[in-house]
Write a protein that binds this ligand. Structure first.
Ligand SMILES: Cc1ncc(COP(=O)(O)O)c(C=O)c1O
Length: 438
C-alpha cells in the first residue's frame, strides 16, 4: 500500500508541471520549531528551514498569534490606496536595524516586496534611476531569483535553459572564491588581484561610468555557501564610492541571524547603498523588502515602484512579530551557537572522510561542506549531493544541497533547534557519509 506521501507525489505528477523541482522527497502536514510532521505522521528534523526562511523556527507562537489577529482585523487595502500603521512600523524597525545612510543629513528608507526576486528587481530599478546608468555587474555562482531580471542576474545555466533572451546590460565577473589549498597567494593578495580584475573590466568590457550597480551576496546561497572574502567586499565598497556605483547587497538568504548577525554585511564593517531581503523576515509569510539610503530612494521617478500586495497587513504583522521574537530569543547568539556546533562536526566529518569532502565553509550558521571526488575540491562529486539528501530524507532529516553542481551540502536549520536535535540530525549526515564511503 502506498504511503500518503507517495500518493501526494503521484497526484503532483498529474496536476503540476513536471519541470518544478523536487529538492527533497519529503512531505509536511504540520511543524513546530525545527520538527516537521510529514503526511504519514513521521517526525522529521528540519535542516533546510524551507530554504532559509525559518531562522525563527516553524510556527513561532507570537508570529502565529499576530497573523491570526491581523487576519481577523484587516487583510488588504493596497498600501497606496489606504495606508495603515503596520507597514510604517515595520519600515521604521527595518531602518533602525539596518541603517544604510552614512551622512547625518541622509536617512534610511524601506519598500516592501512579496519575495526576494521582487526585491532584486526593484533594487535594480532603483539603482538605474538613481545613477541614470544601465549596466549591472554580478557574479558567477550568484542566485537572485526567478523573475526575468533576477533570472538574468542568476548564474546557474540549468535554471535558465531556453528562457532567454535575458535582460540586457548585465555583466558577469568571476566570484572571488578563495581557497588556500588551490590559490598559492595570501587572501589579501588574492583580493587585490580580483579587485584589479574588476578595474580592468571597466576598461575592457563596460566603463565604470556606465555601471549603475554591483550586486553581490556576502555569502552565496544557492551558489554553494561561498563566502566573499572580507578585503574584497571592503575593496568593492571603495570602488563603488570612487565611481558613483550603487553597491547592492543581496541578504535574502544570509540575513536575519543566519550568519550570527542581523546582516551578513556587518561582518565586513561596510554598508550597502541598497540591500534586498526576504525569506526569514516573515517566518514563511510572503514578504521581502528593499532598503536603501533615503537620498537614493528619493532621487527616483514617481510611480516607478509599486504592486498590489506589497507590505500586505498580515505579512507586515508576521514580520514585525518575527523580528520582535528574534530580538527576544537573541537570534544572532543562536546563529553563532548553531554555527559553532555544525562547523565542529563538519570539520570532524572532513577529517574522517577526507576522500569525500573537499572543503568545509560558511559564515555563522550558514555552513556547508562540498562533496568532491577523492576529496579534491577541483573535482566536484556531481552524484553525491542527491545520494546524501535522499539518504537523509529516508532517515528523518530534511537536508538541502546547493552549488552549481548540487554537490554542496548546506545547513539552514531553524536557529531555535535544540543541541540534542541538531546533533541527532548531524549524526544522520555522518551516517550518510559512511554510506557514500562504503
Ligand atoms: C540570495 C537570494 N536572492 C534572491 C532569492 C530569490 O528569493 P525568492 O525565492 O523569495 O524570490 C534567493 C532565493 O533563494 C536568494 O537566495
Amino acid at each position: 500500500m502506498p504511503t500518503k506521501a507517495e500518493e501526494l507525489y503521484e497526484r503532483r505528477k498529474r496536476v503540476l508541471p513536471l519541470s518544478m523541482g523536487i529538492f527533497t522527497p519529503t512531505s509536511a502536514e504540520s511543524a513546530k520549531g525545527s520538527t516537521v510532521i510529514d503526511a504519514d505522521g513521521r517526525e522529521l528534523i528540519d535542516f533546510g528551514g524551507g530554504i532559509g526562511v525559518l531562522n525563527a523556527g516553524h510556527c513561532p507562537e507570537p508570529v502565529v498569534k499576530a497573523i491570526q489577529e491581523q487576519a481577523a482585523k484587516l487583510i488588504h487595502t493596497c498600501f497606496p490606496v489606504s495606508i495603515y500603521e503596520l507597514y510604517l512600523e515595520l519600515a521604521e524597525k527595518l531602518a533602525e536595524i539596518f541603517p544604510h545612510h552614512t551622512k547625518a543629513d541622509d536617512c534610511t528608507k524601506v519598500m516592501m516586496t512579496n519575495s526576494g526576486a521582487e526585491a532584486v528587481e526593484n533594487a535594480i530599478k532603483i539603482a538605474r534611476q538613481a545613477t541614470k546608468r544601465q549596466a549591472v555587474i554580478c557574479y558567477s555562482g550568484a542566485f537572485h531569483g526567478r523573475s526575468m531580471m533576477a533570472m538574468s542576474l542568476t548564474s546557474k545555466t540549468m535554471l535558465k535553459q531556453d528562457c532567454g533572451p535575458f535582460a540586457p546590460e548585465i555583466y558577469r565577473i568571476p566570484f572571488p572564491y578563495y581557497n588556500p589549498k588551490i590559490h598559492s597567494m595570501s587572501e589579501d593578495v588574492f583580493c587585490e588581484f580580483h579587485l584589479n580584475e574588476l578595474r580592468k573590466h571597466f576598461v575592457t568590457t563596460v566603463a565604470a561610468k556606465s555601471v549603475a550597480a554591483i550586486l553581490i551576496e556576502p555569502v552565496q546561497g544557492e551558489g554553494g555557501f561561498n563566502v566573499t572574502p572580507k578585503a574584497y567586499l571592503q575593496g568593492l565598497r571603495e570602488i563603488c564610492d570612487e565611481h558613483g556605483i550603487m553597491l547592492v547587497i543581496d541578504e535574502v538568504q544570509s540575513g536575519f541571524g543566519r550568519t550570527g548577525k542581523w546582516a551578513a554585511y556587518e561582518h565586513y564593517g561596510i554598508k550597502p547603498d541598497i540591500s534586498t531581503w526576504a525569506k526569514s523576515m516573515g517566518s514563511g509569510m510572503p514578504i521581502g523588502c528593499v532598503i536603501a539610503k533615503g537620498s537614493v530612494f528619493d532621487s527616483i521617478n514617481p510611480s516607478t515602484l509599486g504592486g498590489t500586495y506589497l507590505g500586505n497587513p498580515v505579512c507586515c504583522a508576521a514580520s514585525l512579530a518575527t523580528i520582535k521574537y528574534m530580538e527576544e530569543i537573541n537570534i544572532n547568539a543562536l546563529g553563532e551557537k548553531v554555527g559553532g556546533i555544525v562547523r565542529k562536526r563538519f570539520e570532524e566529518f572532513q577529517a574522517k572522510y577526507p576522500q569525500l569532502i573537499g572543503e568545509v565553509r560558511g559564515l555563522g550558521a550558514m555552513l556547508a561542506f562540498e562533496l568532491s571526488v577523492d576529496g579534491d575540491i577541483l573535482k566536484p562529486d556531481v552524484n553525491g549531493g542527491k545520494k546524501l539528501v535522499d539518504f537523509a530524507a529516508e532517515h528523518g532529516v530534511i537536508l538541502l544541497s546547493a552549488g552549481v553542481n548540487s554537490n554542496v551540502i548546506r545547513t539552514l536549520t531553524p536557529l531555535v533547534i535544540s543541541e540534542e536535535q541538531l546533533n541527532k540530525g548531524l549524526d544522520v549526515i555522518e551516517a550518510g557519509l559512511k554510506m557514500l564511503a562504503d
